[in-house]
Design a protein around this ligand. Sequence first.
Ligand SMILES: NC(=O)c1ccc[n+]([C@@H]2O[C@H](COP(=O)([O-])OP(=O)(O)OC[C@H]3O[C@@H](n4cnc5c(N)ncnc54)[C@H](OP(=O)(O)O)[C@@H]3O)[C@@H](O)[C@H]2O)c1
Length: 288
Amino acid sequence: MNVIILGANGQLGYDLVKVLAGNLDRSFNIVGISRIQFDASYDMYKIEEKLLKYSPNIIINCIALTNVDWCETNSQQALQINSDFVYHLAQFCNNYRVILMHISTDYVFDGIKETAYKEHDQTAPQNIYGLSKYLAEGIITAYHDRSFIFRVSGLFGKQGASGKGGNFITTIQRLIQEKDKIDVIVDQVSNPTSTIAIARCILHFIMHKVNDYGLYHCVSNDSCSWYDFAREIALLSHLDADKISPIEFKDYKFKVHRPQNSVLSIDKLSHYYSMPSWRESLIEYFSE
Ligand SMILES: NC(=O)c1ccc[n+]([C@@H]2O[C@H](COP(=O)([O-])OP(=O)(O)OC[C@H]3O[C@@H](n4cnc5c(N)ncnc54)[C@H](OP(=O)(O)O)[C@@H]3O)[C@@H](O)[C@H]2O)c1
């Protein structure tokens, strides 16, 4: 079985290569592909030439433009990589019977719902990034029936998101050291999720040959506000948590609108795999 990971230098792609290569037996060949070997902007038009040589059985797509503010002012590139490239990839996977595992986002929702979003709740992206990812979900569903779409949220991994120049943990640590006070939103809630936890879930799907294709929420089994998350980061980093000051969602000056509640229900995923809590994953992150 040849498993190809696209976007292997990114925050999630990096841990996927590590977890899959470290846990699958020799009947699996794990190939991490970074931008140097495959640049989606150009290579989407010659996917066969670029990817067939690996004889892929499974492709995991971690390529994306993930900086929400940047995507808003560079909508053409965001749509090209996050949607159009996925169209070419889904067609390729369908033509060659390759299982596609694609990563999507909580930002496909508007954030107005008061309880956790389920997979088939109404989507209503609020920005270009969310729209580009939402389009990709529709494209994959339309063009390829042997695909998994995993919606993830608030990722944190040692590699840090290349599109954002770090992750939330490193940003909070840096800001606490640089400033006397930092404002973090107290009433915007989601499920922060470690990239290792997602990689282990995908490992489980591959090892157990799960073939119940479709859309899954793949996040920590509980939620919190960014304020709670930031305080826990400060405490685990032995930094002054009291520098973190709560600010309300309505008072925060966003460049681009974001969902206020993007908590995702993992009831469907739980039939196959148990995700850890965000706090357990955070403690593991700090213990490495
Ligand atoms: N980060 C989050 O909090 C979050 C939340 C919800 C969903 N997600 C989704 O989770 C997935 C993984 O995100 P992440 O945090 O791992 O992001 P990331 O660290 O920014 O990784 C994205 C990867 O895409 C690659 N890439 C971008 N444009 C490319 C191109 N033209 N050709 C080839 N590679 C290209 C980047 O390559 P370089 O390293 O060379 O730049 C990088 O390796 C994405 O689908 C994202 O939408 C992320």
